[in-house]
Design a protein around this ligand. Structure first.
Ligand SMILES: Cc1ncc(COP(=O)(O)O)c(C=O)c1O
Length: 388
């Protein structure tokens, strides 16, 4: 009899809890229920028309083969020019490694900078796949508890207490998924200085860059060339399914990153790359700016409405399209609460357990990826659910 045995690391990787919510929400919708989806972490917009058209043209022109492993030169140049014009930072195209989504960039980063047996410090809560990419590299995440009252930031004064002999770096995200928190330049500068003195690397995931409503909109690359930065076309440019992102590496890591990119991906999707070259044009950026304003209006509706129904958001949610809400006043099991809310009021949220460990059972994430009137409707339903 043949034995089927998966690699041991598979056991260490947790599935997304939100899938249970999503599957149930989909089933309810097939039964004719009017489900409001606030659980999905992707914009309810699609690529701007001219970007989509450039993709179609690439297909018609047969530009569908592999590209160079680190990306189309014209795309790398366009990204580099955009850093100069929108963020006043000089990033040479050679330092930009185009990847299949920010996911590809995270996988590349884990392979490039983390040895088996290492750990990487990151805040609890944070993007769940980070720790899974580390497991893939034989390493692990060291999650540091954070508090809403402190903006979900790791207290840098005690960073060295968490730093062990096998700690290789600190991974942060700004704006953050799931909290929407935006890190200040002063905070990231201090993080960089402390990480340097501890002999580690600093990665800043800037996938929600551009989706900042209050505070500074800058790139960590303006602090130091040795900081690693991740970005993507998924969120600001609303191109999730095009699977295109990038990793910016220091000069000294270009050769190693190139070797890994060749082997891991051969190349990022070519059609997406040809499309993305046109993403930094003025009309596209103007459309993205309008969308940012739409998202901000929704954010304000949600923050105000949550306060009114007795679920105030403590930490500033100044970016991305998420708010992370403490529901411990009404439940001690956020997952159970999400499922009960879905069943009785048909509002789908993501339980905190997908993002962290320590206080995860107290939190739910709202994604404001539907319009203001639907958000108002959702708030009304949640209020009714809490009053029942
Ligand atoms: C913080 C963060 N990083 C990385 C990703 C991966 O994004 P993608 O691979 O679509 O670019 C996501 C997706 O939600 C995210 O929230």
């Amino acid at each position: 009899m043949k034995m089927h045995k998966l690699a041991a690391r598979v056991d260490d990787i947790s599935p997304f809890q939100v899938m249970v919510v999503l599957e149930r929400a989909k089933w309810l919708a097939t039964q004719g229920e009017d489900v409001i989806h606030l659980e999905v972490g992707e914009p309810d917009f699609v690529a701007v028309d001219s970007v989509g058209d450039a993709g179609v043209k690439a297909i018609k022109d047969g530009k569908t083969g592999y590209t160079s492993a680190t990306g189309l030169p014209e795309l790398k140049q366009a990204i580099s020019d955009d850093y100069a014009s929108r963020y006043q930072v000089n990033v040479s195209p050679e330092r930009i490694i185009v990847t299949p989504g920010a996911s590809g960039a995270l996988l590349l980063m884990a392979s490039l900078m983390v040895d088996a047996g290492d750990d990487v410090v990151m805040p609890d809560p944070c993007y769940p796949c980070n720790r899974h990419f580390l497991i893939q590299a034989g390493a692990k995440a060291k999650l540091i508890e954070t508090e809403a009252s402190n903006g979900f930031e790791i207290d840098l004064k005690v960073l060295s207490d968490h730093w062990g002999v096998n700690t290789s770096g600190l991974w942060l995200a700004s704006p953050s998924n799931p909290t929407g928190a935006v890190l200040s330049k002063a905070y990231l500068t201090e993080a960089w200085e402390r990480v340097q003195s501890l002999g580690g690397h600093l990665l800043v995931d800037e996938i929600y860059q551009g989706l900042v409503y209050e505070g500074e909109n800058f790139s960590a690359l303006s602090i130091h060339d040795d900081i690693f930065v991740i970005n993507s076309f998924s969120k600001y440019f609303a191109m999730t399914g095009w699977r295109l992102g990038w990793l910016v590496v220091p000069e000294w890591a270009i050769e190693g990153a190139t070797k890994l990119a060749q082997n891991l991906f051969i190349s990022a999707p070519s059609v997406s790359q040809y499309a993305a070259v046109s993403a930094f044009g003025p009309e596209v950026l103007a459309e993205c700016e309008m969308r940012r304003q739409t998202l901000n209006a929704r954010r304000l509706v949600l923050l105000d409405g949550l306060e009114k129904i007795g679920l105030p958001v403590v930490a500033p949610a100044h970016g991305a399209f998420y708010v992370y809400v403490d529901v411990s006043a009404v439940t001690n099991d956020a997952m159970e609460w999400c499922l009960a809310l879905l069943e009785s009021e048909k509002v789908a949220l993501t339980p905190g357990a997908d993002f962290g460990v320590k206080n995860a059972h107290k939190y739910v994430r709202f994604a404001y990826t539907c319009d203001g009137s639907r958000l108002q409707e959702a708030l009304g339903r949640i209020a009714r659910f809490m009053a029942a």
